[in-house]
Design a protein around this ligand. Structure first.
Ligand SMILES: NC(=O)c1ccc[n+]([C@@H]2O[C@H](COP(=O)([O-])OP(=O)(O)OC[C@H]3O[C@@H](n4cnc5c(N)ncnc54)[C@H](O)[C@@H]3O)[C@@H](O)[C@H]2O)c1
Ligand SMILES: [Zn+2]
Ligand SMILES: [Zn+2]
Length: 361
C-alpha cells in the first residue's frame, strides 16, 4: 500500500520551497523504499529550485542522503530491509559501452525508480537527481542504495552521496593525487574542501587552498590545507608558483566552475601537471586559451563527474576511513536542521555561511 509522508517540494521556478504530503508507492521490481535519516542541502538543490537544471516542476528536492531500507520490490537481491545505505545517483547498468569496458564509474545509462512519487492530488514529482530525499521516505532504484557500516552517523554518511564524494573523487580518482604531490584547490566550499581532504588522505606534500572568503580558507586548513591564498588579495597563480619552488602544482582542482578560475588553474600547474574541473559552469560561459600553451604545458586537462566515483567501491571505503579517524567527514556538517528549514538553509548557503546544512529526521 502506498504511504503518505512529508517532503520538501520546489513548486515552480524561484518559488519558495514548502513541506507537502508526498505519496510513496510500494517498491516495484528493482525498486526500494528507504526511510531517510539525514539529507544534506547541496547547491544543486538550489539550482533545481531556480529552474537551472530543467523545468520539470514540481521537484521533490534533496539527494545527499542516508537511511535504512524499509522494503524492496521483486527481484531485488543487492539490499534488504534493515540495511543502512547511502543513496547514490550512479546506479550502474552493467551493459553500456563504459560498463562493458570495465569503467562503470563512467556508466552512460544509470537508472532510477520507474514509478513516480506524487502529491496527494496525483501530480507527479520529479525527484532531484533521481533521489528526492528531503522526505521521510523515498522510492529509488535498488542500485541507488549502497550499504555501508551502520556505525557512522547518518548526517555524515549522507554527504558522501554527492558533494563530498565529488570533491574527494576529483582529487583521488580523477586527479590521481599521490604521495608527495603538490596540490592546489581553487574554491573551497563543500566540494573544494572535500578535494583538500582527499588530497590530504592521498599523501599530498603541499595543499594550497584558494578562495575569496577568509572563513572558507580557515575551514580548508582544518581539512588538511598546508597553505592558503585569498585570491582577492593576491594573484593566485603567482602565489601557487611561489609555494611550489616557482613551478606550479602537480594537480590543480577547480571547484568554482568559472572561466577565470579555470584559467588560474591552467597556469598554476607545473609542466605536465593535471587540471581537474569539478565546478559546474553555466551554458553561456566560454574559455579562450592560446593553443600553444595547451600543447606546450603538456599534462592533462580533465573533468570530474561525481568524482568519477563507483559507489559500491568508494562509499564503504570512505566510511571506513572516517570511522578510523583518517577522514574528518563530520567537519562538513555545519548545522543540522528540520525539514521545514530548507528554505532558510538555501539563504545561508547563498551567503557562504555554511559548508553543509543537513536535515535530520
Ligand atoms: N562535478 C560534480 O560532479 C559536482 C558535484 C557537486 C557539485 N559540483 C559543483 O562544484 C562547485 C562547488 O560546489 P560547492 O557545493 O562547494 O559550492 P559552494 O558555493 O559551497 O563553494 C564555492 C566556493 O567558491 C568560492 N569562490 C567563488 N568565486 C571564487 C573565485 N573567483 N575564486 C576563488 N574562490 C571562489 C566561494 O567563496 C565558495 O567558497 C559548484 O559549481 C557545484 O555545482 C560539481
Ligand atoms: Zn553502464
Ligand atoms: Zn549534490
Amino acid at each position: 500500500m502506498a504511504q503518505e509522508v512529508r517532503g520538501v517540494i520546489a513548486p515552480g521556478k524561484n518559488e519558495p520551497v514548502r513541506v507537502e504530503t508526498i505519496v510513496v508507492p510500494d517498491p516495484g521490481p528493482g525498486e526500494a523504499v528507504v526511510r531517510v535519516q539525514a539529507c544534506g542541502v547541496c547547491h544543486t538543490d538550489l539550482h533545481y529550485k531556480q529552474g537551472g537544471i530543467n523545468d520539470e516542476f514540481p521537484f521533490l528536492l534533496g539527494h545527499e542522503a542516508a537511511g535504512v531500507v524499509e522494503s524492496v520490490g521483486e527481484g531485488v537481491t543487492d539490499v534488504a530491509p534493515g540495511d543502512f545505505v547511502i543513496l547514490n545517483w550512479r546506479a550502474v547498468c552493467g551493459n553500456c559501452r563504459a560498463c562493458l569496458r570495465g569503467r562503470p564509474w563512467y556508466c552512460f545509462d544509470t537508472h532510477n525508480a520507474r514509478q513516480r512519487m506524487t502529491l496527494t492530488n496525483g501530480t507527479e514529482l520529479s525527484p532531484a537527481l533521481g533521489i528526492g530525499a528531503f522526505a521521510e521516505k523515498t522510492l529509488v532504484a535498488s542500485g541507488q542504495c549502497t550499504k555501508v557500516d551502520p556505525s557512522v552517523a547518518p548526517a555524515v554518511a549522507g554527504l558522501l552521496g554527492c558533494g563530498v564524494m565529488a570533491g574527494i573523487g576529483a582529487a583521488i580518482n580523477t586527479g590521481s593525487v599521490g604521495r608527495g604531490d603538490t596540490v592546489a584547490v581553487i574554491g573551497c566550499g563543500g566540494v573544494g574542501d572535500a578535494a583538500v581532504a582527499g588530497a590530504h588522505l592521498a599523501g599530498a606534500s603541499r595543499i594550497i587552498a584558494v578562495d575569496v572568503d577568509d572563513r572558507k580558507l580557515e575551514t580548508a586548513r582544518t581539512m588538511g590545507a598546508t597553505h592558503t591564498v585569498n585570491s582577492k588579495e593576491a594573484d593566485p597563480v603567482e602565489a601557487i608558483r611561489d609555494l611550489t619552488g616557482g613551478f606550479g602544482a602537480d594537480v590543480v582542482i577547480e571547484a568554482v566552475g568559472r572561466p577565470e578560475t579555470y584559467r588560474q588553474a591552467f597556469y598554476a600547474r607545473d609542466l605536465a601537471g593535471t587540471v581537474v574541473l569539478v565546478g559546474v559552469p553555466t551554458p553561456e560561459m566560454k574559455l579562450e586559451l592560446p593553443l600553444l600553451d595547451v600543447f606546450g604545458r603538456g599534462g592533462a586537462l580533465k573533468s570530474s563527474w561525481y568524482g568519477d566515483c563507483l559507489p559500491s567501491r568508494d562509499f564503504p571505503m570512505l566510511v571506513d576511513l572516517h570511522l578510523q579517524g583518517r577522514l574528518p567527514l563530520d567537519k562538513f556538517v555545519t548545522e543540522t536542521i528540520r525539514l521545514d528549514e530548507v528554505e532558510k538553509a538555501f539563504e545561508r548557503m547563498h551567503h557562504g555561511d555554511v559548508l553543509r546544512s543537513v536535515v535530520v529526521f
